[in-house]
Design a protein around this ligand. Structure first.
Ligand code: HEC
Ligand code: HEC
Length: 301
């Protein structure tokens, strides 16, 4: 693993930069086998928007991961070639370069392992890698390295919350400051949504979902992992409904009510999920705080 000086590279990119969130190192972890270069990032960006990577030339990565929507869409589950529905909510892709595992169940250990899977997934792009390489003229390994490199450069920061941490007390409203105290205190959200990206990068069963779903169990076969999904980062979440791995909650208010009631009963419910007894004013404050995690999203070099 090598570390890429993010701030220096962001400066090279000119006006389209942002202040890296406090606590997120200025250094992005990058595997030694795929050093970040401007050439790879630029190729990766072109490929990300290239519909030739799908069987019927209608779907690109950006069809589901829309840059205007923090690299997600607004459907409960992804829509791939021929209108085929996927099984899960499209995750926002921001600050994933700092991620420890990928997909809702963490079945990919690196971005390099992740990025070729949507191309081959019959419900997403449904193309063989050989065909993808021949259509684009880019060998498979280069496709993989370029897409992973580009995804690494997609960052969110410069939110009111970040400005508040940097000492601008007025960046948060009084309601949002109350929400922050509740988030860390009475509501217990930081048991799981912690650190600069608001995620422990671990797996928990909150009881969310229409059917419990296997979640992490599919990757580990450990019965305690049934119904457990990866804690998502909450950056840009408030502006990108719907929520949870199956998109079953429509608004931030619904999510807060869900947690307030102690999630949904499930044999392997996480012990940190319990009734919260929040007042109406506290729920409003918590929702207002989550809005303060909407910042600026940048990509590329
Ligand atoms: C048809 C919609 C669709 C397309 C097209 C698509 N994705 Fe995704 N993407 C998803 C869904 C849904 C998930 C979550 C799937 C899961 O967890 O099982 C996901 C997960 C991811 C993740 C993991 C994020 C995380 O935090 O775990 C990354 C990275 C990603 N996609 C990148 C890409 C790239 C690169 C492409 C193009 C090669 C692409 N996606 C094409 C729907 C799509
Ligand atoms: C026990 C760990 C845990 C605690 C405590 C917790 N969360 Fe979560 N949170 C998760 C997991 C795991 C998910 C994804 C669950 C799923 O999709 O099945 C999630 C999903 C979310 C989502 C949806 C994000 C998205 O992209 O769909 C929001 C918003 C959220 N949590 C906010 C909160 C708030 C606010 C609190 C405090 C009231 C809280 N969480 C407490 C683990 C936790």
């Amino acid at each position: 693993m090598t570390f890429w000086p993010l701030l220096a590279a962001a400066a090279l990119a000119g006006a389209d930069t942002l202040t890296i969130p406090a606590g997120l190192d200025a250094y992005l972890p990058v595997p030694g086998s795929n050093p970040l270069t401007r050439e790879k990032v630029e190729l990766g960006k072109r490929l990300f928007f290239d519909t030739r990577l799908s069987r019927d030339n209608t779907v690109s990565c950006a069809t589901c991961h829309d840059p205007q929507k923090a690299f997600t869409d607004d459907r409960p589950v992804g829509a791939g070639v021929g209108g085929r529905s996927g099984d899960r909510r499209v995750p926002r892709i921001v600050n994933r370069g700092y991620g420890k595992s990928f997909f809702w169940d963490g079945r990919a250990a690196s971005l390099e392992e992740q990025v070729l899977q949507p191309i081959q997934n019959p419900k997403e792009m449904d193309l063989t890698l050989a065909e993808a390489a021949s259509r684009t003229g880019v060998p498979v390994e280069k496709l993989q390295q370029a897409l992973a490199s580009y995804v690494r450069t997609i960052l969110s920061g410069d939110s009111p919350y970040d400005r508040y941490l940097q000492g601008d007390r007025d960046a948060l409203t009084a309601g949002q400051r109350l929400g922050l105290r509740l988030f860390r205190g009475k509501a217990g959200c930081t048991s799981c949504h912690l650190g600069p990206n608001f995620t422990d990068e671990r797996f928990h069963n909150t009881g969310a979902g229409r059917a419990a779903g296997d979640g992490r169990y599919a990757a580990t076969k450990d019965p305690r992992d049934r119904g457990a999904f990866k804690t998502p980062s909450l950056r840009e979440a408030a502006r990108t409904p719907p929520y949870m791995h199956d998109g079953s909650l429509q608004t931030i208010e619904e999510v807060i009510d869900f947690y307030d009631k102690g999630g949904k009963p499930s044999p392997s419910l996480d012990p940190e999920i319990r009734e919260l007894h929040l007042t109406a004013e506290e729920k409003t404050a918590l929702a207002a705080f989550l809005q303060a995690l909407n910042g600026k999203v940048r990509d590329g070099m």
